[in-house]
Design a protein around this ligand. Sequence first.
Ligand code: NDP
Length: 287
Amino acid sequence: MAQANGIIMDGKVVRDALLAGLKDRIDAAGGPGITLATVLVGDDAPSRTYVGSKHKQAQSVGMKSVGVDMPATATQAEVESAVKKLVDDATVHGILVQIPLPAHLNEEAVLDLIPAVKDVDGLTTASLGRLVRGLDGHVGCTPLGVMRLLEYYGITTSGKRAVVVGRSTLVGYPLSILLARKGIDCTVTLAHSRTPNLAAVCREADILISATGMARSITAEFVRPGACVIDVGISRTESGIVGDVDFDSVKDIASAITPMPGGTGVMTVACLLENTLSAARMQGVAV
Ligand code: NDP
């Protein structure tokens, strides 16, 4: 693990604690048969690896998992029919459609077939609407993972300035809503590619979160001394996986920082399983 003057926010430690807590709850309930279903369309190798890891970790905490595997040539009607079957199956508590879907498919139309209660990826229009309204539902796994890291390391949020760089519906947008929620109480700035003088905006942050995919773009000049810096970006380079944050220049001025890899990325599947357990509870499973 990398060294720094501040705290290294180790995603593996937080993930393991989260998974152990889920396993304890499932064991204590006598293994109530919580089921996660995945839908994978096509042969994309990283997608196949992610889905494989979701099944493995689900089983490791005592959940069941079922996988629907479809060819890259599957039609919109075929994929929609597979999803509808899972929606109607009372033994399936959570549904995850692995994205991106092949380009000929309408991803939003497929995702929006999943009712909010089974949408354990938190990506449907209904789930995002519930998030904005502050209603019960499932929050996207990456934003949820960031919140779990902040909680685990006792980062104070109330009254703090948070800057989120990146405004996708997958990461930045929902994260900005979570950070501004009552009880979390950050004052949030949501920055993006049209934000002028990004470094100065970022330097206002007590909590700086970058989710752009711009490798090592957040350098020391973007960081206020003592800030907490969370790196969500993932760029695959010749020298391996690199984050948005230039870890070496930032680590000694941040009070807390996530490494990449080993920070936010490893939290995602554990958060998916947290959502699956809460989906099962919402559907009447005593757990
Ligand atoms: P998107 O491409 O959907 O969004 C990127 C965002 O970054 C956009 O809002 C874009 O602004 C903004 N942006 C791009 N360039 C700049 C710039 N130079 N300055 C400021 N803002 C900029 O990506 P995602 O949100 O899906 O993913 C972001 C990153 O997070 C990727 O590297 C992805 O691989 C990674 N990721 C990591 C996960 C994890 O578990 N750690 C999970 C999911 C994603 P604009 O809107 O103006 O175009």
